[in-house]
Design a binder for this molecule. Sequence first.
Ligand SMILES: Cc1cc2nc3c(=O)[nH]c(=O)nc-3n(C[C@H](O)[C@H](O)[C@H](O)COP(=O)(O)OP(=O)(O)OC[C@H]3O[C@@H](n4cnc5c(N)ncnc54)[C@H](O)[C@@H]3O)c2cc1C
Length: 299
Amino acid sequence: MEVFVSSIIQDLEVLDPGELCRVSLLLPSHVEVDGQAFRIQDDMRPGTAFLAKPFGVRTQKYRRRMYTRSNVAKIQPGLLETFINHTHKDLSDTSIWWQSEEVLAWKEKRTPIEIKVQLDLEASVATVYENTKICKSTNLRLEDEGKWEDLSLVCVAFGTGITPFLAYLRYWIAHRHRPGGETNGGALTLIVSARHFSQLMCHDELSEIAKTFPEDFVYHPILTRTWPPGWEGMTGRILSVSRNSSEDEHIDLSKLLKCSPDLAQRHLRLCGNGLACRQIVDGLEQSGVVPLSIRSESW
Ligand SMILES: Cc1cc2nc3c(=O)[nH]c(=O)nc-3n(C[C@H](O)[C@H](O)[C@H](O)COP(=O)(O)OP(=O)(O)OC[C@H]3O[C@@H](n4cnc5c(N)ncnc54)[C@H](O)[C@@H]3O)c2cc1C
């Protein structure tokens, strides 16, 4: 039996009108199912997605949609933050709804948004459902405890593909020091590609973290379409594709390799636009650079 609990919209921030918003959904502490009370438990692993039922503007129905969580269960249990973009405009259904007048009214009136949970009848616990329990090359669930801490990661995000990496980074900071005063070994380089400055999510937070941990965290924001006067970050696409007369693709990754010259000694994680993620993998193959591992997720 599938069970959903009613969350309310705690925060809704439009970052770029018609393009991008940040949403935080607050879960209740308990739910009652068939007369039995269940405590709601939030154990979501960084890099996983929750299942919500927003409303579809095009279909005028409740829809089931996955959203990758950008905050961390251990730090903000029961508050599910994500970033939702409104791409695929002609076909979009729920993504446009998240920026509608209606959703503001829902927030105001605390109209519930359903979130999927899984029941443990014996323990009377309802756990927030996550899209995957297993780490695979096609998802970005963070590796298990005892494994992730020493991974040296290069994470490349296209647009809202930053969501799993925000969760990684926030988790990484929360666990920066191991018991006994030892510092976790893994370093993290985050490369974020966005079209305009207003679409750089958590830019100030990420810039501050980079200043606080200059040895271990490197942040490379890249703007592809417009940039503000005095912008010191990179500009243009992180990869460039050319084709020969037989239409074979040649993929130039020199910008990516400039951000991470040691990529062959690091674990690569990709998220966002499927074509761009695929072209990075192809470009690495063409240039003979083999990272220690590659995992990639697109939606
Ligand atoms: C594991 C997972 C995590 C996700 N995390 C996020 C997230 O953090 N933020 C976020 O904004 N979205 C995320 N998504 C996507 C999200 O669930 C919705 O699919 C998206 O918001 C579009 O919803 P929609 O109802 O407007 O359009 P849909 O009705 O879902 O899609 C409309 C049309 O667009 C097409 N379409 C959908 N996506 C693409 C695409 N990438 N490329 C080309 N065509 C496409 C569909 O095939 C469909 O025909 C995630 C999806 C998955 C599976």
